[in-house]
Design a protein around this ligand. Sequence first.
Ligand code: URA
Length: 236
Amino acid sequence: MRLDKAVALTGLTRSEARKAIAAGRVQVDGRPVRDGSMQVDPGQVRVDGVQAVDAGEVYIMLHKPAGVVTATEDRRLPTVVDLLPPAMRRRGLGPVGRLDRDVTGLVLLTTDGQLAHRLISPRWKAEKLYRARCEGRLTEVEVEAFARGVMLSDFTSLPARLTLLEAGDDGSTADVALTEGKFHQVKRMFAAVGHPLIALERLRIGPLALDPALGPGQWRHLTGDEVSALREQCRL
Ligand code: URA
């Protein structure tokens, strides 16, 4: 197959494919190639480091920075998908669950709809771990309140594990682990016990931990072991 045709398999138009080739963004067998008429094996073609031909499901972890929305498109604001290279954006990846715009940390994006569905369903009990910075001094009173379940205006949260890391009059830091993921849930739980949140970062979804090597805005593919651990968590 001609190289320009193979590049277009990523979802680029023919003219975008030609531009990507001319810009040196296309590699064949690991080497940049600028001749669109070259005959290639599509399986060997990469655009912006991403394999051109669909090689099965895609799983990505992203370190979400503040100011970015967890959506595939938004008219006003940058989305988590905008942080991926163009060829990757066309793979039909969707975020698993949501983080608020001001919340940072681990976002999983995948084409695997069944896994995504199970990870957000309370039935499969995938625990999410967050690091929270809140106002005021947290004590064992709040640890116990979280363990009992916090009463909110429309529901009482399931028991959550609060681990104090640092507590002072000018603010406290704690890890909170919970299996639910209702709208603004962690913020609402802290506000309900009298300690409004200052910052929130997600560190883990089930067995998948945010890679500390990823800075805000950076992403990487999951390893085979990470995908297996997630699928096992969801009995897939
Ligand atoms: N809880 C929140 O309040 N916000 C999030 O983004 C995630 C959990």
